[in-house]
Design a protein around this ligand. Sequence first.
Ligand SMILES: [Zn+2]
Length: 300
Amino acid sequence: MRTYLARVSLVCFLHPKHSSFYNSCAKVSLTTFKNVLDVELARPRSSARLEYWTLKACFLQRRKFPWKSKKLDLYQDSIGEIQVSRVQIPSGPFTMIKVKKTKIADKVYLLDFKNQHDISSTFIRFQEYYESPKFKGKIFALKEYKKWYKSINGRFTYYQDWHGFNIPSYVLVPFYKGKFNPLSKKEKVLLNLFREEKHPFYIIGVHSGDKDREDTLKHEIAHSLFYTNPKYKKDVKKILNEYNLDELEKQLLLTGGYNKSTIKDELHTYSMERQNKYDHLIPTTLYKRLNKLFNKYYSS
Ligand SMILES: [Zn+2]
């Protein structure tokens, strides 16, 4: 029997209710080929309805897909609606949340999100496993985290408070191992983006709705340099040691967003910024020297 391949994003999956499409599949299978799902069809289809939960079922099967026959691309024309097209879409796979992955330096990946809610709700458990004063290195449910954040800040405002994110790749490991199950759909999207990547690497994230996007990006790139480039880290630490930053450190720790173990890194990135609420705590010479150093190590 002749078969056809259709390529869909990993966050979509087939709904058995839409039997016309479902029955047309000789086999539903997938391979983790850059976060896309490959579906084998008995015949080419002009359109098909796909819904998010379907993917989960396919994904659980984890069946290897034999690469053969014609390739069709499925693309999303609206949420939950996928059309089959013979047109190759070069812009990459579509996901429930729109996120673009770019390699910006050796071992450093930038994730670009559309808005603040998408990025913060995707990164929350990854970021806090890495950096939270309370949850660093621990396995926790989102509900637990929300409760704790509320106790610190009065309300759960996490999705409005944070714009930029940064994690080293080891953070993903317990998530891949199932320690954080059940995973949210958004967490799965992020994990799928890096499933094939060789460790170690570093992930940073920014979003288009951030009015200070460029500053945030620089802040996050600086984190990635600090982590991946020992020479840069050494130079930064040397400069930081010449200044008394106790008050800045105290203020940053009060936000509930940072752990003592990574505070030097944050002191460095915050001191590179201007026009943030900590300006009065950052000596101008420190700001200038760190920016000069950053420019020496990173040219965009
Ligand atoms: Zn930071």
